[in-house]
Design a protein around this ligand. Structure first.
Ligand SMILES: [Zn+2]
Length: 414
């Protein structure tokens, strides 16, 4: 196929406004468009079932019913909460499926599949590097798939992801310097292969970056530069995905350090025109991460909270499901009598009780992210500072982080 000489990069990222280090813009990939900062909920697309059960997965299945506005949950249009979703190819065999089912799951693009036709958001496909670390592959009921860069890309490509990342070697807090350099080198080799394999793709390609602070990130990028070349990285990648933060997702000091340092190193390496995605965070960190300059993040907090019987009342607060007065929430889930009846425990299966709770939790998070965007797009930093004070300032454990972020990333108080 001849290359279109007018072909530009697969992603277009326009920054419309900044407030201190925070920024807000639009990310366009293929025929999708997403406003930033934004949250990609982790959605388990394939949970062992067939198209008849939207590919199953218990609570995950109910969530997918919301995603496509299925009649089982009373229909409705929930598209705006699924403008971007995250799926990890490492989850493909979570349900101990047969090889036949595995082959079926990767046989065609997600958006072409029976049941998912209504999904039109940006599909981010993680490489599952965390899961495949140490040579582990995809383990099914009667088969195993060895995973390398070529295999992961083949899966991502077949599934039709809009954003793809290279297969990475995440670091662990216990890794010493030599171990981290070796992992960076292995990741760099994967990057070269990933770029070769995906040459000409219409999907956006995000480079995975690993490190908790400036010096670690610099070491990582130096290894990438040696093997791939910084100019190739710049020319061919459409975004950056910062990983390895999962083990510290509940440590906000470390998270803020990592994102601030990452933004600084991206400036120094002249990658700061690219969108920065932070992989696998907890929802309570969202306002702080957006304020220090993360453009997108993914989280499964909404779902895990629901599974633990927790109903979100804000980004940072939850209530036990048995104590909730649903009339206090005007979201489409809590405004639906049948769904409220189910959340009160009146359903045969737990998934029908907890699925709507997960959807409510996600709506609360997405609404807050939209407010954060509005604040960044308001003149100056005042709106964002007010938002942080209002949302986090009342929480003793979060107040000091608010002060730090306001002072270090938003130019201080007026
Ligand atoms: Zn609600």
């Amino acid at each position: 196929m001849p290359l279109n000489p007018l072909q530009t990069q697969a992603a277009e990222f326009d920054i419309a406004a900044t407030a201190g280090d925070a920024r807000s813009g639009t990310l366009r990939i293929k025929d999708t468009e997403i406003q930033t900062p934004n949250l990609f909920p982790v959605v388990n697309l394939y949970g062992g079932g067939t198209s008849r059960s939207l590919y199953g997965g218990g609570v995950h299945r109910t969530l997918k019913e919301f995603m496509v506005g299925h009649e089982v949950i009373g229909g409705g249009d929930y598209d705006e909460y699924f403008d971007g979703i995250m799926y990890s190819v490492g989850s493909l065999t979570d349900y101990n499926i047969s090889r036949e089912r595995y082959e079926d799951y990767i046989s065609e693009p997600v958006k072409n599949r029976e049941g998912f036709e209504n999904f039109n958001g940006t599909l981010f496909l993680d490489s599952g590097g965390f899961k495949f670390l140490g040579g582990h592959g995809l383990d099914g009921s009667n088969f195993e798939v060895e995973i390398d860069q070529e295999k992961v890309y083949e899966i991502q490509d077949k599934m039709g992801g809009d954003i793809l990342v290279n297969l990475d070697r995440p670091i662990a807090p216990s890794d010493d310097y030599d171990a981290r350099v070796e992992k960076a080198r292995q990741t760099a080799e994967n990057i070269t292969e990933f770029l070769d394999l995906s040459d000409g793709t219409r999907s956006a390609r995000f480079l995975t970056l690993h490190g908790y602070n400036y010096s670690m990130l610099d070491t990582f990028l130096n290894e990438i530069d040696k093997i791939v070349g910084a100019s190739r990285v710049h020319d061919e990648f459409d975004g950056i995905a910062l990983g390895s933060l999962v083990p510290m997702k509940d440590n906000k000091t470390n998270l803020i350090d990592a994102i601030q340092d990452c933004r600084e190193i991206l400036r120094d390496w002249k990658f700061d025109d690219l969108p920065l995605h932070v992989l696998g965070i907890s929802s309570t960190a969202i306002p702080l991460l957006a304020a220090v300059g993360a453009d997108s993040f993914d989280s499964s907090s909404y779902l895990h909270s629901a599974i633990n019987g927790k109903y979100a009342t804000s980004l940072v607060s939850t209530k036990s499901l048995s104590e909730v007065d649903f009339s206090h929430c005007n979201c489409p889930v809590c405004s639906n009598d049948e769904l409220v009846y189910r959340m009160q425990g009146n359903a045969r299966y737990q998934k029908d009780v907890l699925g709507p709770v997960a959807m409510h939790n996600l709506i609360i998070q997405k609404r807050e992210v939209a407010k954060i965007r509005d604040c960044i797009r308001s003149p100056g930093t005042e709106a964002l500072v007010d938002y942080l004070e209002h949302t986090l300032g009342d929480h003793k454990s979060l107040r000091r982080f608010t002060h730090r972020v306001v002072n270090e990333s938003l130019g201080g108080y007026f």
